[in-house]
Design a protein around this ligand. Structure first.
Ligand code: ATP
Ligand code: MG
Length: 580
């Protein structure tokens, strides 16, 4: 491609709204263009990289025997009502009506559509197993679209769905996808870690997220260097603190005056107690399907712990959007709670969720549900009970690993893909069955597997850049080589540049020829910004047949004769273009 003809507009200024490198660089290179918040278009260079990622995905998916199809982005509400997700998916679901008032949504994911397809098309065990996938535009009306392609409202996803006769089959399908994902992200040049994950609004039993490690990532993961444990912090199990020794006697419950001590720090300081001897209260209100206030929830964890919202909603069996912090004054009338002084003793008409380690701990301090007062020597069983007792706390860095006990570490990353064992969640609610060898009706066992294609693009840039611009891995670079013609008015330079351009193209190399009438400084800056892996600069020494050869990822440059530069470029491109 001749850059003089290419539709490209790079920006000198860093756009205001862009905070992270990938967002800044994708906008500055002109690879993406914002239309409205969370909605982007792709310009020629950006689209080429998107297609390269898609091709890698296609090759690895096809290699597992999965088949590509393409379903509609517009989905009828009825299917979502059937699966129960018209409510469960919440306000992220982009809903619309047709002219007759019939409800639809723009697909954020396609479990319902694929389940519907398969229940209509598959009837016999002979048609299974099956894995169908698509690469398609998805819509999620995110509460906070940000970071460019990282969290957008319109994005490209690869989604695959496996259909098996039984759970053993699902295990195999899941493993095949897991391995394909490892290959895909490796080929894209990402440093990543598969971690155990929560199943969220998709549902099912097991799940792994593939996390590209990055300080700016929105996923927090907990991992252990002493064993194999790695999980999202949302999912990571916590080891409960050792129970109080049996010889520690339960002391009499006592109300104490603790004026103005609204926080755990304040009350622990005032009573001279370690925070581990206190109970922290968090108060919520939940909503029903019509959006009406439904019930109050009080969650209790040890004073030094943090509540894990994902574990809490899972314990309650409700979606995350159906719960929020309660208005304490309103909740006071109904339940007797008192802002800053709420404890489990004396609370009424509210669901009480108790973290699993509290029942084992004796003589704790908690709010007395009375202004400026706390209770001391609060004991589970004797003084209060939970409607639900479950692990609802966050596994913090330094906490003991739930598997081996070594201190865990935390890291941040970008969730680029996720795989789920759905089991029969959708086949049950939507009645997708097949007839087994004995003509008996059985539920189809499903898995689903997503990759954020456009988010992967952003993750690659996040991991591969420097102050001057992007440093594309060969496998997803929009072009492999850029030939910088320093002075297009110079005949010898032009002839040498054209010769290289031609020879590389004939060898199947994707080449950009910077033949623009720009100052050399502009061209060099743009070449670095665009991050094309190999740069061949044709300048003053062209009449002698000498050019400059440089890899974007290395600081050194070398002078080579034209033939050598061509041969070296072809060799490195062929060695690296598949990312394997
Ligand atoms: P997140 O937790 O980041 O909101 P998710 O777990 O809801 O994502 P999935 O339903 O697992 O996402 O979707 C599959 C993949 O689609 C994700 O792994 C991610 O790479 C991508 N993805 C999800 N939401 C977005 C978004 N808003 N913008 C870009 N990519 C997204
Ligand atoms: Mg996910």
């Amino acid at each position: 491609m001749r850059m003089s003809k290419m539709h490209m507009k790079t920006l000198r200024e860093v756009p205001n709204e862009a905070e992270i490198s990938s967002h800044i660089l994708l906008l500055r290179t002109g690879m993406i263009r914002k239309l409205v918040s969370g909605v982007y278009g792709f310009m020629p260079l950006g689209w080429r990289s998107v297609r390269k990622i898609e091709d890698i995905i296609r090759q690895e998916m096809d290699a597992t025997g999965a088949q590509e199809i393409h379903m509609s982005a517009v989905q009828p509400a009825e299917l979502w009502q059937e699966s129960g997700r018209w409510f469960a998916y919440g306000p992220e679901l982009w809903r619309l009506k047709d002219r007759n008032g019939r409800d639809f949504c723009l697909g954020p994911t396609h479990e319902e559509i694929f389940t519907d397809l398969i229940r209509n098309d598959v009837s016999s065990h002979r048609q299974l197993p099956l894995n169908l996938y698509q690469i398609q535009t998805k819509y999620r009306d995110e509460a906070r679209p940000r970071f460019g392609l990282m969290r957008s409202r319109e994005f490209i996803m690869k989604d695959a769905y496996s259909f098996d006769k039984d759970f053993e089959g699902l295990d195999k399908s899941y493993q095949d996808m897991y391995e394909a994902y490892e290959k895909i992200f490796t080929r894209c040049g990402l440093t990543f870690r598969p971690v155990e994950a929560d199943t969220g609004a998709i549902g099912g039993s097991n799940s792994h997220e593939f996390t590209a490690l990055s300080e700016v990532g929105e996923s927090e993961i907990a991992y252990c260097e002493a064993c194999q444990m790695a999980a999202t912090v949302e999912r990571a199990e916590c080891k409960d603190a050792a129970a109080s020794p049996a010889e520690e006697e339960m002391l009499p419950l006592e109300e104490v005056y603790t004026p103005g001590t609204k926080t755990i720090e304040e009350v622990a300081g005032f009573l001279n107690l370690p925070k581990e001897k206190t109970i922290k209260a968090l108060l919520f209100v939940t909503y029903d399907e019509e959006g009406k206030e439904n019930s109050y929830v009080a969650a209790f964890v040890r004073g030094d712990r943090e509540l894990n919202m994902v574990k809490l909603v899972n314990a309650l069996g409700i979606p995350e959007h159906a719960i929020e912090f309660a208005d304490e004054e309103k909740m006071h009338e109904a339940t007797g709670c008192v802002g800053g002084f709420t404890g489990p003793v004396g609370l009424h008409d509210c669901k009480i969720v108790v973290d699993s380690e509290l029942p084992g701990l004796k003589n704790l301090c908690a709010g007395a549900c009375k202004k400026d007062h706390h209770m001391i020597n609060v004991n589970y069983g004797r003084d209060y009970k939970g409607d639900i007792v479950k692990d609802i706390k966050v596994l913090k860095a330094g906490d003991p690993c739930p598997i081996c006990g070594a201190p865990v570490k935390h890291a941040r990353g970008i969730e680029v893909g996720q795989v789920f064992k759905l089991g029969t969640k959708y086949s049950q609610s939507m009645n997708a069955t097949y007839k087994d060898e004995n003509q008996k009706e059985q539920l189809i066992v499903m898995g689903c597997y997503g990759i954020g294609v456009t988010r992967t693009l952003a993750a690659v840039v996040e991991q591969h850049h420097d102050d001057d611009g992007i440093i594309w891995p060969m496998s997803v670079a929009p072009y492999h080589v850029i030939v910088t013609l320093v002075n297009p008015k110079d005949e010898a330079q032009t002839a040498a540049a054209e010769q290289i351009y031609d020879a590389l193209q004939k060898a199947g190399v994707e080449v950009l020829l910077d033949d623009r009438n720009e100052r050399p400084g502009v061209k060099f800056k743009d070449a670095d910004l665009l991050g094309i892996p190999v740069r061949i600069t044709v300048g003053k020494r062209a009449p002698e047949g000498i050019v400059e050869y440089k890899l974007r990822r290395e600081a050194d440059k070398a002078e080579k004769n034209v033939e050598e530069a061509i041969a070296d470029a072809i060799a490195i491109v062929n060695a690296e273009k598949y990312g394997m």
